[in-house]
Design a protein around this ligand. Sequence first.
Ligand code: TYD
Ligand code: MG
Length: 457
Amino acid sequence: MAKAKTSFFCQSCGHSAPKWLGKCPSCGEWNTFVEELVEASNHPAEVWKTKGSPKSAAKPKLLNEVSFENLPKLTCSDSEFNRVLGGGIVPGSLVLIGGEPGIGKSTLLLQLLGGAKGSSLYVTAEESAQQVRLRADRLGAISPDLWLLPEMSLPNIIAAIDKISPSLVVIDSIQTVVDPDLGSSPGSVVQVRGCAHRLVQEAKRRNISVVLVGHVTKEGGLAGPRVLEHVVDTVLSFEGERHNALRLMRAAKHRFGPTNELGLFEMTEAGLVGVPDASQLFLTDRRTGVPGSVVVPTIEGQRPLLVELQALTNQVSASVPARRSAQGLDQGRLSMLLAVLERRARISLSSHEVYASVVGGVKLTEPGADLGMCLALVSAVSNIPLPADLVVIGEVGLAGEVRQVGHLARRLNEASRLGFTQAIVPASAPDIQSGCTIRRASTLNEALALAGFTTNG
Ligand code: TYD
Ligand code: MG
């Protein structure tokens, strides 16, 4: 008997190779290759051969003759979800929601479907109908037009879509759906990609929206959502710490709008609840007058967000390498700021272990928090608290210069709304009227002096 055709697939990004590889050349992950069965008929070239008949071929059109209208969107009952999607779900589009197991993907989608207008279908390939009904009851998410299908087989799911003709379908999750025509096991790259491709075709043909749930697993036991990123129109990531009730939603890819919006939710007894005033939430547990703490106004999408940065330093003996830990901010950025502090402000932390963190499970990616982090580090090592009503804004360059950041007015207005009265900002910042007294610094040393520290730089 002929040996079944197999290939090796990276479970993180879907890259395929004829033999096992330790490190994926495409995404750089280690130990992610798994051997999978591939049927000859699944090869993309075969699909084009059978489907791409001359009759169905698209004809070229002049771009300015292509009709377009403002796409009506399926507005969801949840304003945070709408915010991330730029208004709602576009009909005929495919949305992928990725997140770790237990983060709340099923809860969120059930709530969305409970409030959806028009008929919708929830395909649960993981939980039983009773489990979903119980949860929906608890969440108050039962709408008369919401259909439920506990099913794993793709042909049966498509048959149900044909029967019900819903305007919105949720598949929970894509990793547990199987197409029996594909030989591979559920959750493999071949299955996940094959099923998603088929669903894209079906969704576009019927002009219905499909939301796919994808589990992100660190171990790579299942093919992750990255395998599907290029297949779908929108990729949302749902993040948060399990021990913390806060959940963040971002669009990593969005074909119908900007990708930088942030949606914030809180997991409660009654399911996920949108958090309209996030700054307030992040600052509720703040203790003022503690060295190493500083508040930084950041921008997430269009939304200003005040977050607290904390630093803790501890002198250690010279014989052990001093530890550096960064939580919620980039480790490399922290090392760079420590180097700039040492070279430009002559504040050396080489004999101190350094812990830096962003409070509330937030991950900061913008450099506008640099100056705040530097001030928090100096405050921690000198054991002098920063003023409680101070916010700090600015990027720090390698020369020790303080550089401008965008949306300053919005950041300062948010700070003054929450009762902050002074701000250290880059010297080059434009004139802005806000409730905060502005102090300008062109270098790290000037900023340290404004905050009341003496340096030797
Ligand atoms: P779930 O939606 O099942 O996660 P996922 O689909 O991403 O795997 O959420 C599971 C967690 O959410 C579970 O640990 C319990 C918690 N939860 C609440 O705290 N409140 C609720 O109302 C619900 C439905 C779940
Ligand atoms: Mg789930």
